[in-house]
Design a protein around this ligand. Sequence first.
Ligand SMILES: [Zn+2]
Length: 283
Amino acid sequence: MLTNVNDGPEGVLRQFWTLIDQARSRDPDAALSSVGICVPGWYDSATGEIIGIPTLSGWEGFQLRKVVWEKFGLPVVVENDAIAAAYGEWHHGAGRGHDHLVYATVSTGLGGGVVVDGRLMHGRRGMGGEIGHFRIAPDGPRCSCGAIGCFEAIASGTALGRRAQVQAQRYPQSYLGRIGEKVDARHVVEGARAKDQICEALLEEEAGYLGIGFTGLIHLFSPDLVIMGGGVSQGFDLMSERIQSVISENAMSPFKLVPVVPAALGDSSGLIGIAALADATRR
Ligand SMILES: [Zn+2]
């Protein structure tokens, strides 16, 4: 089901109720015990209020947790999607057994979640761990947030796709050039697997940017490991050596060997994370 973007919270909530009814009708004997919802935007975990969703209008100040609680009268957990994904990887994926980790999802944007001292980090207004928005290049491209040279503006899948489009135009007979205007990050990974040199160079460059950004995150949070998810992690195996070498070149000595590993739950880490969080509320 595609998200109803035009009718604000009411339209999306109608879709929620329909989906929940469909799921329950498939298994009428199953008891609903708690509800978990991921928000693709800023959610104030202290007040239960949505601060804003960049891709959806009309949600500012919406009391999502309260509205869902009033509908069902059951425990409700609402969480930012990347923070939920961090929880999923922590409890059921690549981060199991660790008390300190950073989860980074590198796709259209670059977001994440942080676990420190065995707890999900929320920070003021639930806004902690906006890992895509610190500047790593003073003259870099403009970011979706409006600033210049953010980690996201340089290392997201969108940024990689943009660099791929430049190469496709410059070399029309190349692997990327033959794909044409629709070239995106996925084609770079596919091309690199096919040993196309332009794609290999683009991924090498991407791995360098990721290594620089991850080095900053490692210094800030001292994680046991960094877990990388999102669409760009499809090419993780092709980039991991370079990412690790950039970290070891740039990090201070106690941090040089902090590993970056691929997410274990793929696209499902957010879903598994929010289900696990919802399950934890009823204990
Ligand atoms: Zn930014």
